[in-house]
Design a binder for this molecule. Structure first.
Ligand code: SAH
Length: 251
């Protein structure tokens, strides 16, 4: 059984206990070296074989998995954040299905959530936004029709934009084309949870310039929306005049 593991956003303490244990037990480790903090591999077996998938194509990754699996050796495939977000683990699972090799997925802390934590922000702020959109800009790989940034922006939901820090000017333009006011707050978090984490705050009007000035060109998330405003409504969940399943309203 091959284990796909979400390594978390960077801080080696942000991997799950289960993910950590499986890494410690692995004979073969294939990790996404472009983003996974190598420190999360600490504690691996002395003789473990370690591969950086940034240097491999899909066939090569599958070949390593298949060989080790046939030899009865434990393989872990370590993805950054949570594998379900731009992890490209589905194509690997499909190939393993064809080969009759079993697998499991251990979730991880996505950088989407490490970013919210860095900002002390709640994405679903009452009266502001109750919906979160994870997306990216159209770049070298196209976006499906109906998922262009201006279309998504029309909802005024909280938007978490991956893989797009290199296109900030265009991103800010398209978000405004979709109806966001130029004064809409935006935050960019570079390397959330790493020691060199950086936060840039601004509005759709000035964020591109601020990010340029900060010299941030990769490993950053952009979050956009009214949830970054100062004021908001209070939740019903903790409202003393509101009855919940666990608590009666007070007079
Ligand atoms: N599966 C990952 C995302 C992989 S896509 C996850 O759940 O986080 C890679 C993109 O994720 C990067 O281009 C960047 O936009 C974002 N990213 C990954 N780690 C990050 C971090 N520590 N801080 C900010 N953004 C990060």
């Amino acid at each position: 059984m091959i284990s796909f593991i979400g390594a978390g956003p960077g801080d080696p303490e942000l991997i799950t206990i289960k993910g950590k244990r499986l890494i410690e037990q692995a004979d073969v480790i294939i990790y996404a070296g472009s983003l996974v903090n190598p420190d999360v591999l600490e504690g691996h077996k002395a003789g473990a074989e370690i591969y950086n998938s940034a240097l491999m194509d899909l066939d090569e990754v599958i070949a390593v998995m298949e060989k080790a699996e046939r030899e009865g050796r434990k393989v872990v495939r370590v993805h950054t954040g949570d594998p379900a977000i731009y992890g490209a683990h589905r194509e690997q699972m499909d190939r393993l299905d064809e080969l009759g090799i079993t697998y499991e997925v251990i979730p991880g802390v996505s950088s989407a959530f490490a970013t919210a934590a860095a900002l002390n922000a709640e994405y679903t702020l009452p009266g502001r936004s109750q919906t979160v959109i994870f997306t990216r800009m159209e770049g070298r790989t196209p976006m499906p029709e109906r998922e262009k940034l201006p279309d998504l922006a029309r909802h005024h939901a909280t938007m978490v934009i991956f893989l797009s820090i290199g296109f900030m000017d265009e991103m800010a333009r398209q978000l405004q084309e979709g109806g966001y006011e130029p004064t809409t707050p935006v935050a960019v978090v570079y390397k959330a949870s790493w020691p060199d984490q950086r936060i840039v705050r601004g509005t759709l009007q000035d964020i591109a310039q601020k990010v340029k000035d900060a010299g941030i060109t990769k490993t950053a998330l952009t979050v956009v929306g009214e949830f970054l405003c100062e004021d908001h409504e209070l939740s019903k969940l903790y409202d003393k005049h509101f009855t919940t399943e666990f608590r009666k309203a007070k007079e």
